[in-house]
Write a protein that binds this ligand. Structure first.
Ligand code: RM4
Ligand code: MN
Length: 392
């Protein structure tokens, strides 16, 4: 039998090591292809996005960085943006490239049959590394909308060669402490073939590039029913899991709050992370959110998402690995399953509230944020200008 007090201390110590990165685009307006519902008080520029992200960190204590998306977050002086973030107690994290919103990219970006368009896309990716230099960001995240809609539309094999060439050019440009994270997605916006559709394709490219290229698992980018924790385990085992884009999906790439659709899946994923001792920063796994809040208020939704990831992590840390291991070796199917379920079914909210109090934070971050008046303040102050959104 484990000593409950010792278990609690160990879980808290491990939770203190975890950091969760927020996406700048979660604070701007977003929607579906049917409608973007504008919300009052949304940021007009990346500086105000950083202000909002800092609020999430202020109340959770575990979200000290904000990912940026270029050109959505284009500014004249990135060093100044980084300084602004720092003055709010956070830093600029992953730089996300955007080679999917220019007319030139109709037939793809780095895989486009036209070499001029490929050169333009690579130039943007290199510009993103310049941004990393200025902000001190460690990671470049690449997601390509490239693919085809019809069989025969393009040579799907030649497209892989073009992709490899582009990735190679960008990889060469990375500094010693900079990484490239290659994200995959099953489909959309391409409906027949996607050039980086799965973790195997991403991993093959990363392995060909070298140790600074890592795979990103966006939890919304798989076919329904895929065992994502198996993929996570395989990538961790290969030392190639660069990070997560956490979000929830019911159908496709829904980008809903992490832990909202399937908290059990999030727990199973975090179980593999804990099993690999990959919670802390030295393990090189970036825990990022990639979400959009189309109908709910954005800052409290980010706080809720961070809390959901923390809860899944706490439950994963509670798994009695000795009992589990013994049951597995003994072939005791039911006892092994029960060891996992006991941890999953534990209410970890009191433990997390206690941890927050120990760190000088309010036990309920959402309530503390709502009571702070910040939401009302930004609605009153952010008049005029154009609210940030998917096209801004
Ligand atoms: C993509 C992908 C990327 C994100 C964009 C906004 O589907 O998930 O990570 O940067 O959406
Ligand atoms: Mn993503």
């Amino acid at each position: 039998m484990r000593d409950p007090a010792a278990v609690k201390d160990a879980v808290k110590a491990a939770l203190r090591k975890q950091e969760i990165e927020l996406p700048s685009w979660a604070f701007g307006n977003s929607g579906t292809r049917f409608k973007v519902f504008s919300q009052p008080g949304v940021p007009r520029d990346p500086y105000e996005k950083a202000d909002d992200a800092a609020q999430v960190h202020k109340y959770t204590g575990v979200a000290p960085s904000m990912a940026v998306h270029i050109p959505w977050d284009k500014v004249g002086d990135y060093t100044e943006l980084a300084a602004h973030a720092a003055s709010n107690g956070i830093r600029i994290g992953t730089v996300n490239a955007n080679v999917f919103q220019d007319n030139d990219y109709k037939l793809g970006s780095v895989c486009n049959p036209d070499p001029r368009v490929r050169r333009k896309a690579v130039a943007h990716l290199l510009e993103c590394v310049d941004v990393m230099d200025a902000t001190g960001s460690p990671d470049l995240k690449l997601w390509f909308a490239d693919g085809t809609n019809y069989p025969g539309q393009d040579d799907i094999r030649a497209r892989q060669d073009r992709l490899a060439d582009a990735l190679h050019a960008v990889y060469q440009r990375l500094g010693p402490d900079q990484r490239m994270l290659l994200e995959y997605k099953l489909f959309e916006p391409s409906f027949y073939s996607t050039d980086v559709p799965d973790w195997g394709t991403s991993l093959l490219h990363c392995q060909a590039l070298g140790p600074k290229a890592m795979v990103v698992v966006d939890t919304g980018h798989h076919a329904p029913g895929v065992n994502i924790e198996f993929i996570v385990m395989m990538l961790l085992r290969a030392g190639r899991l660069g990070g997560f884009d956490f979000n929830s999906r019911f159908y496709a790439d829904d980008d809903l709050m992490a832990g909202a659709a399937d908290p059990f899946q999030l727990f199973r994923i975090m179980h593999e992370v804990v099993r690999a001792d990959a919670l802390g920063r030295p393990a090189g796994v970036a825990f990022m959110l990639d979400q959009c809040h189309n109908i709910e208020p954005k800052i409290p939704a980010q706080i809720r998402s961070v809390m959901n990831v923390q809860e899944a992590t706490a439950k994963a840390l509670l798994v009695d690995t000795e009992v589990l291991g013994q049951a597995q070796l003994a072939g005791d199917v039911l006892a092994a399953n029960a060891a996992l379920m006991d941890a999953y079914n534990t209410d970890v909210r009191p433990l997390l509230a206690e941890l927050r109090k120990e760190r000088g934070l309010a036990p309920d971050p959402v309530a503390a944020y709502l009571a702070s008046g910040y939401g009302e303040k930004i609605i009153a102050e952010r008049q005029g200008g154009s609210p940030a959104g998917w096209d801004a």
